[in-house]
Write a protein that binds this ligand. Sequence first.
Ligand SMILES: [Zn+2]
Length: 73
Amino acid sequence: MNNVVQLRINRSEIEMFFHCKDCLDELPAGMAPREYIDLECGWTTKGFQVWCVRHNKNVIHMDFEGHKHPVVE
Ligand SMILES: [Zn+2]
């Protein structure tokens, strides 16, 4: 089994989440970040981007510097 197939297993293996700093700063008391944040994630012409819908701002845009990941080929 190669790495691409293994990543399609239906369980989260996330060890560190992307968050919008503004969303965390205004997180209502008693609410978990996953209940409040409103992020869109997707492929771009340069790589992968996480966008905060609530604040209409970039969280991170990873530039793959011309490399292609096998999952998007
Ligand atoms: Zn935000």
